[in-house]
Write a protein that binds this ligand. Sequence first.
Ligand SMILES: O=c1ccn([C@@H]2O[C@H](COP(=O)(O)O)[C@@H](O)[C@H]2O)c(=O)[nH]1
Length: 234
Amino acid sequence: MDNPFFLALDFRSAKEVQQFIDKHNFYGVPVKVGMELFYREGTQIIKWLKQHNHPIFLDLKLHDIPTTVEKAMFNLANLNVDIVNVHATGGSEMIKAAKRGLQAGTTNSPPKLIAVTVLTSMDQIVLENELYIKQSIEDAVKRLALLSKESGADGVVCSARETNRIKQVCGNEFLTVTPGIRLANSNKDDQKRVATPAFAKKNGADYLVIGRSITKADNPKANYERVIKEWNNA
Ligand SMILES: O=c1ccn([C@@H]2O[C@H](COP(=O)(O)O)[C@@H](O)[C@H]2O)c(=O)[nH]1
């Protein structure tokens, strides 16, 4: 994939997505479809995006017992999207089951499987006080990345702050997909571990996920171009 920027289509309906893509001419760019859109529009929106040549990251973050995840992945595999994901905290058996389901579910090459390490909306305080994890975020992310790799995942979702260390332990081929991307002076919203596109590039991120900095901007296309420029110049 030449373009490393997944535009997060966090819209309520297919109609809103289609209007946004059309108004700002985002036809063909890589997109991320999350729960909000998929739970309303289901596979129809995936079909529409594929008809318009969008590479697709289907971000449903599966987290269940291994059998359920395997069967769900079997069904998702034939959508022919590019990337799907699970939560790494589902454990090694669940990640292996996800991989088996994807491989069995399509005769084409299966989507890449990535695992969410620690959500970019979380910080050290949440980790310690709510999840009772005593490690630093960096160590927790690194541990979950290694678990994901050893269980057959192709990469992880992490913040761009952690990509360098993940590459050190998991190797350069192991994919890092990084949400929480913000342009300088942008609102962080509910994100905690944010980074600019330039920082993400320098720290070794493979793919960026960018939503509100573009979709909620006064001029979405101008912000998208700022992201590309920052990345190319970093
Ligand atoms: O750790 C994670 C995992 C997934 N996301 C998703 O990425 C986008 C980010 O949107 P912004 O508007 O750019 O904050 C969103 O769809 C999340 O569900 C994440 O942010 N962090």
